[in-house]
Design a protein. Sequence first.
Length: 454
Amino acid sequence: MTAHPISETVASLMPRAKAELAELVAFQSVADPAQFPKSECEAAANWVADALRAEDFQDVALLDTPDGTQSVYGFLPGPAGAPTVLLYAHYDVQPPLDESAWLSPPFELTERDGRWFGRGTADCKGGFIMHLLALRALKANGGVPVSVKVIAEGSEEQGTGGLERYAEAHPDLLAADTIVIGDTGNFRVGLPTVTATLRGMTMLRVTLDTLEGNLHSGQFGGAAPDALAAMIQLLASLRAEDGTTTVDGLATDADWQGLQYPEAEFRADAKVLDGVELIGTGTVADRIWARPAVTVIGIDCPPVVGATPSLQATARAQVSLRVPPGQDAAEATQLLTAHLKAHAPWGARVAVEQVGQGQAFRADISSPAYTSMAQAMETAYPGEKMQSSGMGGSIPLCNTLATLYPEAEILLIGLSEPEAQIHAVNESVSPEELEQLSVAEALFLQNYAESKRA
C-alpha cells in the first residue's frame, strides 16, 4: 500500500526532530529555582520561541505568568475563514530524581534499545516537537489549513497555576475552536488513544511540632512526643490496610466504564516486584482513573547517614491527592486538610499549607473534532482504531480552558505511553510514536478544516 504523503514527509523529518529534541532536552528546565537555576527555564523558553519564529509564527511572546515562570505563545494565521486550533505542550520537566539510577545522563538525549532517553523526551518536550513535525508536514503538502495558536507552558509540572491565571486575565489570547493538548499518551505503544478523563489534584504541605527542640532519645525517649513518629502515624491514617485511600468524607467507590487495564499488564508497566501486592480494591482502571489516590511525595527528616540518636521536634511532609472527575478539587482540599488536622496524634501542633490545586477533566469524545481525530489516527496507525482511556495524572489548564471557551472542543493526545516512564528515572520516548502521532495530528488538522468547510 502506498504511504500517505504526510507520512512520507514526517519520516523524512525525523532526523531533524531527533536533533532538535536533543537540544531541548539539554536544558535543565525544572521550574523550581531551589533545585535548578531559573536561567535553564529561560533558555528553554527562548529556544521554543526561536523555533516558532523559524516556522513563521507571528506575535511570538514570552509571557511572564504570575508564578514567576514564562509560557511561550505564537500565532500562525491560516486561510481566510479557517477555524483556529490551539496546540499545547509544556517545556518544563520533572527533576531527574536519583541521577545515579539513570543509565545515561538525564539531560542528554541517548538512543538505546530503539528508544530515545532523557528527561522530558515524552513529557512534554517531545510533545512540542510533535506539533512542529505536524505543521512542517502540512507546509510541505499544500499548507496549514487552519489558523494555529501554540502555547508552551513553563510550570506545568510544579502545578503552580501560572498559565491558568494568565489565561484568565487575558481571555482572548488562547481562544480557539478546538484545542489539542499534547501531554497525555497512548494506552500502549502502537495503539492510538485519546484521553477521555484526567484526575485533578491537590498538593498540601503539613508540618508537625511537638517539642521546643530535638532531644536525646535515650534520656527522653518513651515519654517525650517525637514529631517524626507523629508524622508517620498521621500519614498512615491516609490509607486503609489494603492501601485504599482513606480521607475522611472522600468517596472512594466509583467505577470506571470503558477501556480496562488488565492487572498483569499494569504490574508489568508499573514494574511491581514479584510477590508484592497491588493496593486498593476494584479494577485497576477503577483505582487509577475513577477514584482518589493519596501519595506522600516527600518527607523532611534526618537522613540515615549521619543520623543521631535524637527525638525530632519538627517534621514536615508533602502530600499529593489525585481527584477523579466528579469530585471537586477545592472540596477535596478541605477534606484532606481537615483529616490531617484531626488525625495528628498526641496533640501535636499542625500547620497545613496548600501548594497546588487543579480540577479533574472530562472530555466530550462524541464531538466532531474527535471524529476527525479518529479518522486521522486510523490512517496514521494502519489496522488500528482510536481508543479512549482515562489518565490518572492532572493537567489543571484543561479545566481553565474549558471554562474560558465552553464551545471549544478539547482533545488530549501525546507521547507518554507506559514504557515512557514519565516522572521516573530513565524516561524515554518511542520515535515511532513521535512519528505516527505527528502524522495523526497533521491529518487531524486537514480533516478538521475540511469538516468545517463542509
